[in-house]
Design a protein around this ligand. Structure first.
Ligand code: ADE
Ligand code: ZN
Length: 342
């Protein structure tokens, strides 16, 4: 989307960065149909218009776990490594079409592998190849984050981590996602000790389906440098102070939060109060294949509906770059690229 279509909410002189997008939460409806045809997988509809309502969320689902059930059709078509490669490549193409300069794409190898009994290590290789193909064809810079799917339990997450660390070179960070309320962060302390020992960054889904205690634990037990969502931090003034003073930033995904009914209306989103208290944040899409949003939507529709002013949104665009798991040299290159086009 061009900036003139976003009402000036995206500053073209700054790099546009997305730090929280699930690669396995962003499969095009047309790709689901095509892969289903190739692999003879049955779907409830046979064209884009009629399948879209099964895949996209139009209103909301009661809670995170119900929302995650929407992934059904996305993973149903990951029938082989080629399918994973294609989905990864298309994620980069989608980012390019949205005008994104830098994107951190995250995925759970075990979740992608489960349905068709794929090898999680082969899934990682296929995703890395697909991303490399996408990068070669576009000007998007991409980094990968490995997800541990907490819903599968502590032992399965350790095996998933083994796969991620076997392919350490493909990743900049590890995340913990899935059923947050059922699996508190502290259960995964041994996992994240290994993540940090391997020199990888840490971001953790917390303060979305559980309260501020989950954010404290993500920071103190797992060493989180950023928090996925984290908006429930607003319930604990001491935590708000901690986030503001340490610069641990929130990866805010406003429309996704509405879709799991964690927030009733954009105007009720706690990020406005958090930002006003000095908490760093950036705007993201989370699962565009389910929520049917673009990053431009989060900047130009969600952010103003939340009540964020232009200066705050511009600062969040700059903070996305500051929060990115990049070296200063890589950050400077993105700043120069944005400067050259404006
Ligand atoms: N996996 C995909 N989207 C997620 C979310 N919003 N929270 C936790 N895990 C997820
Ligand atoms: Zn997420």
């Amino acid at each position: 989307m061009e900036n003139n279509e976003t009402g000036g909410w995206i500053d073209p002189a700054l790099p546009l960065c997305e730090l929280h997008r699930h690669l396995d939460g962003n499969v095009r409806v047309a790709t689901i149909l095509d892969l289903a045809r190739r692999h003879r997988i049955e779907l409830p509809a046979n064209d884009v218009e009629t399948l879209a309502p099964f895949v996209h969320i139009d209103d909301s689902e009661p809670g995170l776990v119900a929302f995650l059930k929407r992934f059904e059709y996305l993973v149903a078509v990951l029938a082989d490594d080629d399918a994973c490669r294609r989905v990864a490549r298309e994620n980069v193409e989608d980012a390019a079409a949205e005008g994104i300069d830098y994107i951190e794409l995250r995925f759970s190898p075990a979740f992608m592998a489960e349905r068709h009994g794929l090898d999680p290590r082969a899934v990682i290789d296929a995703c890395a190849e697909g991303v490399a193909e996408g990068v070669a064809a576009t000007s998007v810079k991409v980094a990968l984050i490995g997800i541990l799917s907490r819903t599968y339990g502590v032992d399965a997450c350790m095996r998933e981590l083994d796969a991620v660390l076997d392919r350490r070179e493909h990743f900049v960070a590890v995340d913990l996602a899935g059923d947050e309320a059922g699996y508190p962060p502290a259960l995964f302390r041994p996992h994240f000790d290994r993540v940090r020992e391997a020199g990888l960054h840490v971001t953790v889904h917390a303060g979305e389906a559980a309260g501020p205690e989950s954010v404290w634990s993500a920071i103190n037990d797992l060493g989180a440098e950023r928090i996925g969502h984290g908006f429930r931090s607003a319930e604990d003034p001491e935590l708000v102070q901690e986030l503001a003073s340490t610069g641990i930033g929130l990866e805010c995904c406003p429309t996704s939060n509405l879709h799991i009914q964690a927030v009733e209306r954009y105007a009720d989103h706690p990020i406005r109060a958090l930002a006003a208290q000095g908490v760093r944040f950036c705007l993201n899409t989370d699962d565009p294949g389910i929520s049917a949003v673009t990053l431009a939507h989060e900047y130009s529709v969600a952010a103003p509906a939340i009540g964020l002013d232009r200066a705050t949104v511009r600062r969040s665009q700059a903070d996305a770059l500051a929060m990115a798991f990049l070296s200063d040299i890589e950050r400077d290159a993105l700043v120069r690229k944005a400067g050259a086009r404006s």
